[in-house]
Design a protein around this ligand. Structure first.
Ligand code: DGL
Length: 267
């Protein structure tokens, strides 16, 4: 039986989902969390739909073995391709990042919304379809930015090389007159200094992290602990990664208290 004191499970292919985890911890600091970074199989964004679905179900199965009460899919690629499969595979509620991201973008009131994401996320049309369903009059342009994930994993969030790459990807959106850009990959908020410099101050960059925390608060409040259940964070990776540790340190402002290497192939 699900208990309020059970941990919340969060996963991504790598360090990007830490941006969502951070927002969850800010909003619900008393909760316990298990974060899985599937670093052995990163990137998800260049893989086919069926491979992403298999990886995501596998990762979720592993988190379920920790007795989680809620699964947050902190990866746009997995949310785009595998949300239904995940909901069918795990015995707890599942929250993805696409719907919350769309809600946050529409709240800006923009009439021209750009979406940037991995090849998989853009190819899936998850954002384009969700935006069209929610706001048919809003114009949408979507662009895959495959080089941005490696730059985020490298920790180059404020770097001339990232500026140059971002300029290349974003120029067509800027020429088109984009007003709000959805950062449709949980790695991209790590690149915000470079991305904001490139789009300029009048274009709003929206990510789903805070909106995911809001969705959890609204749709799953019955699962949220009323008191402090520990606030512990356990991080698990499928492959050792110094980069992950370096960036996580920067996000958390300290070393993670618990970081383990896991083999999830048998999950
Ligand atoms: N952070 C993942 C996302 O939001 C993508 C990273 C990857 O390509 O693995 O889509």
């Amino acid at each position: 039986m699900i208990q309020r004191s059970d941990p919340i499970g969060v996963f991504d292919s790598g360090v990007g989902g830490m941006t969502v985890l951070s927002a969850l911890r800010n909003r619900f600091p008393g909760e316990n969390y298990v974060y899985l970074g599937d670093t052995a199989r990163l990137p998800y964004g260049t893989k086919s739909a069926s491979t992403v679905e298999r990886y995501a179900v596998n990762a979720a199965g592993h988190l379920t073995s920790h007795g989680i009460k809620l699964l947050v899919v902190a990866c746009n690629t997995a949310s785009s391709y595998a949300l239904d499969a995940l909901a069918a595979a795990v015995p707890v509620p599942v929250v993805g990042v696409v719907e919350p991201g769309v809600r946050a973008a529409l709240a800006t009131g923009a009439r021209r919304i750009g979406v940037i994401g991995t090849e998989g996320t853009i190819r899936s049309n998850a954002y384009q379809d969700t935006l069209a369903g929610r706001a048919p009059l809003v114009e949408v342009e979507a662009t895959a930015c495959p080089l941005l994930v490696p730059l985020a994993e490298e920790g180059w969030g404020d770097h001339p090389v990232t500026d140059q790459v971002a300029r290349h990807y974003l120029a067509p959106l800027l020429d088109w007159g984009v007003q709000t850009v959805i950062l449709g990959c949980t790695h991209y908020p790590l690149l915000k200094p470079s991305l904001q410099r490139v789009v300029g101050p009048s274009v709003e960059l929206v990510d789903s992290a805070k909106a995911v925390a809001q969705t959890v608060a609204e749709d799953h409040h019955a699962l949220i602990s009323t008191g402090d259940t520990g606030g512990a964070l356990r991080i698990e990776l499928t492959d050792a990664s110094d980069r992950f540790l370096r960036i996580t340190r920067a996000i958390l402002g300290r070393d993670p208290e618990r970081l383990e290497l896991v083999d999830i192939d048998q999950a």
